[in-house]
Design a binder for this molecule. Structure first.
Ligand code: AMP
Length: 395
């Protein structure tokens, strides 16, 4: 188990603390923030530092400005929203490094908050350029990483800074590590994992790692068809990764050898075309017509999976059960979100599409933990140590 230093383990009073947060929020075409959840998730760490009289220097990326200054990706709207949420002034620096930023840092008093401009205005950020990291590091005394959503990337502000400053994790990363870490190391049983989404190839690492840990693995989404193929089923025009059929067969064998119940959908909603407004019906999984494609799990599968989820003590979910962007094929994903909300055990949703489904349904407050990082949580479930966490000092 990782034993990383957290902000509560370091003395922050009067210190200039550089904090990497994930303020990469969605915006509309006028640049208005459409969902400020990521900003709100960072408040606990920022408030702690303010209350403990640190001089807080925040860093984040926003969008993909490709290493150039671009007003469209300025953190100005974020500084305003953060200021409203904190109920205190937030100064926005016009740059990430340089003399003018240094002056703003020097002007900070204990408990003040400064936000640096978009770190991705410099191409050195994503290259984890040591000179760039060093220049940022010169602005502060301590480095705190609280950006779980980018912790799977080794960039200057997400990892490089730890080479130059004493470091710690913030509350958000701590929460992600505590909850997901407990689930995969000492889960309460039965431990059920639900994996869906388009491809087996994206989830191989997770499947391999979880096969050693879970009691039951529920498979859905497009990846089910590669498994069906391995079992000799007809899959019609459904999505298939032909080069992964053998691997799927191996996974089925491994699950059996390890005593893990690996379940595939028993019925499927099959459609004439890959679009919402098309003819569709439900068939048993071993009776798929050859001119149709499977776009969602059927009602029998929903009932079986829901029952298993409701009776689990730990559930981890990553990836939708069908093409949930199309309302006609979203029912399976929504049914499982509903079952998760009724489970009294520890329920964890691994970011991305499944997190969106749970939120759209209004179930978010009935889930133990919705990870703030899709890619990061997937790598965590693969058993990898994320670079942005690996670099942080141990206790
Ligand atoms: P992922 O990013 O791997 O979690 O995959 C999410 C995507 O998988 C979503 O965009 C879904 O539309 C897609 N998906 C789920 N089920 C199917 C299916 N049966 N056929 C094609 N795509 C699917």
């Amino acid at each position: 188990m990782l034993n990383k230093r957290s902000i509560e383990d370091i003395a922050v009073q009067g210190k200039k603390v550089l904090v990497r947060v994930d303020f990469n929020v969605p915006q509309n075409e006028n640049g208005e923030i459409t969902d400020d959840r990521r900003i709100r998730e960072a408040l606990r760490t920022i408030n702690y530092l303010v209350q403990n009289n640190a001089r807080v220097i925040l860093m984040s990326h926003l969008g993909r400005p490709k290493g150039k200054f671009n007003d469209k990706y300025s953190l100005k709207p974020i500084a305003e929203r953060l200021s409203a949420l904190l109920n205190k002034d937030v100064v926005l620096a016009e740059d990430v490094i340089g003399e003018r930023v240094a002056q703003k840092v020097e002007a900070l008093k204990d408990g003040d908050v400064l936000l640096l401009e978009n770190v991705r205005f410099y191409e050195q950020e994503e290259k984890n350029d040591p000179e760039f990291a060093k220049k940022i590091a010169e602005l502060g005394d301590l480095y705190v990483n609280d950006a779980f959503g980018t912790a799977h990337r080794a960039h200057a502000s997400t990892a490089g800074l730890a080479d130059y400053l004493p470091s710690a994790i913030g509350y958000l990363i701590k929460k992600e590590l505590d909850i997901m870490g407990k689930a995969i190391t000492t889960p309460e049983r039965p431990f059920v994992a639900i994996l869906g989404g388009a491809k087996v190839s994206d989830k191989i690492g997770v499947i391999e790692n979880l096969l050693d840990k879970v009691d039951t693995l529920l498979i859905g989404g497009g990846m089910a068809f590669t498994f069906y193929k391995a079992m000799g089923y007809e899959i019609g025009k459904s999505i298939l990764e032909a080069d992964k059929v053998e691997l799927a067969a191996e996974i089925l064998k491994k699950a059996e050898a390890k005593g893990v119940k690996l379940l595939l959908p028993v019925d499927m909603v099959v459609a004439a075309e890959f679009k919402n407004d098309t003819e569709f019906n439900t068939v048993d999984a071993d009776k798929m017509p050859n001119d149709r494609l499977g776009l969602d799990i059927g009602e029998k599968t929903m009932a079986i999976y829901s029952e298993i989820i409701k009776n689990a003590k730990t559930v981890v979910w990553n990836g939708p059960m069908g093409v949930f962007e199309m309302p006609n094929f979203a029912k399976g994903t929504f049914a499982l979100a509903d079952a998760m909300s009724q489970c009294s055990g520890s329920t964890i949703v691994g970011g991305g599409d499944s997190a969106a489904a749970v939120e759209q349904l209004g179930f978010a407050d009935k889930i133990t933990h919705i990870s703030t990082g899709g890619g990061a949580s997937l790598e965590f479930l693969e058993g990898k140590v994320l670079p942005g966490i690996a670099v942080i000092n141990e206790k």
